[in-house]
Ligand binder design. Structure first.
Ligand code: ZN
Length: 259
């Protein structure tokens, strides 16, 4: 495969979706074996308004999450390759739609990973806003805040909820300041990931999409790669570390902590 688009790139923003974690045993949402495909009724349990309105829905939500493979999943070759690229001194920012924490488990610095949809490791009180580590204690009923009695929810963005505007703003700055936007395993069907690709392209940056299925942004991409993520991402990372990644790449993006 021609990877000349990797030449001269010193800063990469990697936008990852469910497709990067399927090799780790975490099903995607909309694919043939996806969570929503297999049980469309679960969408209700993952909708903020239904969740807040009904204790039975909340119990169903927590029950579903207690058995989520993300708690025990291990990073795969693609997560590890991205972590290794950062460890080698390359300027890598990961913008992820995933809530599984596998980039951090693979060794990516937590401050270099922006979790657009939040994380399952954190539980948030809808009453007082307190954030606590998610308890994985097998309790599958409704959960309440020890401090204020408010309804607890997982620290992930549910249907019907807005993304944190600060997080989205930061993601846009990263997209516009990276010479390459590498999309891995996202069908680019939902916001804000779709507009992040637009930000990258409008900023004159390269867009490369690694995804099994076509996306709405394929026609704008410098390259579209259909090869399996687990083998092609390590090759792309090798091409990047061989062709760019000078130390001058580590200038901080405005609003971001430096390296
Ligand atoms: Zn509270």
């Amino acid at each position: 495969m021609d990877m000349s688009w990797a030449d001269g790139v010193t800063r990469v923003a990697v936008l990852t979706g469910a497709g990067i974690s399927t090799d780790s045993g975490i099903p995607d949402y909309r694919g043939p074996d996806g969570v929503w495909t297999r049980d469309p009724s679960l969408v209700d349990a993952f909708t903020y308004q239904s969740f807040m309105a009904d204790a039975d829905v909340r119990a169903r939500f927590w029950r579903t999450y207690a058995g989520h493979p993300a708690w025990t999943a291990r990073p795969n070759a693609a997560h590890r390759a991205l972590a290794d690229l950062e460890r080698g001194g390359f300027a890598v920012r990961v913008l992820t739609q995933n809530v599984d924490g596998l980039h951090q488990k693979a060794g990516s610095s937590p401050r270099k990973v922006l979790e657009l949809h939040g994380s399952i490791r954190e539980t948030v009180c809808t009453g007082c806003g307190a954030r606590t580590p998610t308890a994985i204690d097998g309790a599958d009923g409704d959960r309440r805040c020890a401090a204020c009695g408010g309804i607890l929810k997982l620290g992930v963005v549910m249907f019907g909820e807005h993304l944190d505007p600060d997080t989205v703003g930061l993601a846009e700055r990263i997209a516009s300041h990276s010479e390459l936007m590498l999309v891995v395993g996202s069908s680019l069907q939902v916001e804000p990931v779709a507009s992040l690709c637009a930000v990258a392209v409008n900023g004159g940056n390269r867009l490369v999409i690694v995804n099994r299925d076509p996306t709405p942004y394929d026609s704008l991409a410098t390259a579209v790669v259909r090869e399996p993520i687990g083998t092609v991402v390590p090759r792309i990372c090798a091409a990047l570390s061989g062709g760019g990644g000078s130390s001058s790449a580590n200038e901080a993006v405005p609003g971001l902590p430096g390296r």
